[in-house]
Design a protein around this ligand. Structure first.
Ligand code: V47
Ligand code: SF4
Length: 383
């Protein structure tokens, strides 16, 4: 490591620790968030990422399906612009046929993952999802099902009067492969009180993921940032994720999610409409995740939320995976994301190549399926 490239003394000290294979403390993580030496931070994160993943940047051909926007927490998750009460205008719940019609895009054989999440709908219990997963698996046996956040698993358990464990076993039997990372928001109780008053507590989010990992169901994890949380809240959140990963090793990837303030109550309360998170903060979120979460192999940038341009730069701040081609994303576009709803394969390849990295398509468990030439055609515009 060339610490001559790092000007902040706290970062240089951490560079020494990292080179010696020492773990960063929560105090270190706070210093990382506070640094103004952005390029030094990027250098450290990129060095650690290269040691783990080389120059390879992966993506997956996935398709989002949001089967219901009916949610019992609609009035208490103030950051969410997607949910509706059962009789409210715009409320919907797909029938099985509608889910299959939406999934039919996968008939092209390119889609390898369905990412299925929705609201906490009293009418969408265990049987609804079992029937859905069985039908999807029978029509698209090659497509991995990444479905239901920890919050949805706990909701199904509550309405069916079952344990988290039994719900997970029943859903796995129907075809569920992995859990996505949504629903984490920021774990701090004070933050949750303000932005997601009645949502599953942070410790229970961890509990559901622990149960999944014990059953051999891998999962992702997230942090929603850029709303009312403090830097200390962010660090405490990361420490909980790192703690569970030490116990189980079951997390596949960490994905920071940038809060979008448009078309939701929290954005109005904060007077933040029409604004977005700052680019420097977006880069710090991925870089600090990469450095503090030393037991994670993958850090993903979600381009829908931070734009493809920022995601491309994030590839030099510790990110080794980008959210791939996404068909019909509803959740973020309900809260004012102005990015496209999907990228073509050529656009994804150009984005990665333009960063000087080697694109590779992966499956949902991060096994490489095919690699692509890394060279950038002259005059190519990334996206
Ligand atoms: O938990 C809701 C977030 C999450 C807003 O596991 C918002 O591979 C920003 O977790 N501004 C769900 N974010 C999406 C998610 C996800 C996305 C991509 C990949 C994976 C994965 C998981 O969306 C929710 C919440 O944190 N969200 N509203 C908003 N206004
Ligand atoms: Fe419901 Fe999830 Fe929206 Fe909260 S964030 S209101 S739990 S859909």
């Amino acid at each position: 490591m060339d610490l001559g490239r790092v000007s902040d003394t706290a970062l240089r000290r951490m560079g020494g620790k990292l080179a010696a294979g020492e773990r960063l403390t929560t105090h270190d993580a706070l210093d990382l968030y506070r640094t103004s030496d952005l390029s030094g931070l990027g250098y450290l994160a990129d060095t650690v990422n290269r040691a783990k993943n080389g120059d390879v940047v992966t993506f997956a051909a996935n398709q989002h399906i949001n089967p219901t926007n009916v949610c019992v927490l609609r009035t208490t998750c103030t950051f969410c612009g997607y949910a509706r009460l059962p009789k409210e205008a715009g409320a919907y719940r797909y029938t099985l046929d509608q889910v299959l019609a939406e999934a039919a895009h996968a008939a092209d054989g390119l889609t390898r993952e369905f990412h299925i999440v929705g609201g906490l709908d009293m009418q969408a219990g265990l049987e609804y999802y079992q029937a859905m997963f069985r039908a999807l698996k029978s029509q698209f046996p090659h497509v991995h099902i990444k479905a239901l956040t920890a919050v949805e698993i706990a909701h199904i358990a509550r309405i069916e009067k079952m344990t988290w464990r039994d719900v997970l076993i029943a859903l796995r039997e129907a075809g569920l492969d992995t859990l996505p990372g949504g629903g984490a928001e920021t774990f701090s109780a004070a933050v949750r009180e303000q932005i997601a008053g009645k949502k599953l507590a942070g410790a229970d989010y961890i509990g559901v993921h622990r149960t999944a990992h014990e059953l051999g169901i891998r999962s992702n994890c997230t942090m929603l940032y850029g709303h009312v949380e403090t830097l200390e809240d962010r660090v405490a959140h990361l420490a909980m994720l790192r703690g569970l990963q030490d116990e189980t090793g079951g997390f596949l990837a960490y994905i920071p999610l940038a809060y979008h303030p448009d078309d939701n109550e929290l954005g109005r309360q904060l007077g933040r409409q029409g604004t977005s998170t700052q680019g420097v903060d977006d880069l710090k979120m991925v870089a600090v995740g990469r450095l503090f979460l030393d037991n994670f192999q993958h850090v993903k940038s979600h381009w829908i939320m931070v734009t493809p341009f920022l995601s491309q730069i994030a590839l030099h701040y510790g990110v080794n995976d980008i959210e791939g081609t996404v068909v019909r994303e509803k959740i973020y576009h309900a809260v004012g994301a102005h990015t496209p709803q999907g990228m073509t394969l050529d656009q994804v390849l150009a984005l990665i190549r333009g960063a000087g990295k080697q694109p590779a398509e992966r499956d949902s468990l991060y096994r490489i399926l095919r690699t692509f030439d890394a060279s950038v055609p002259p005059g190519a515009v990334p996206v």
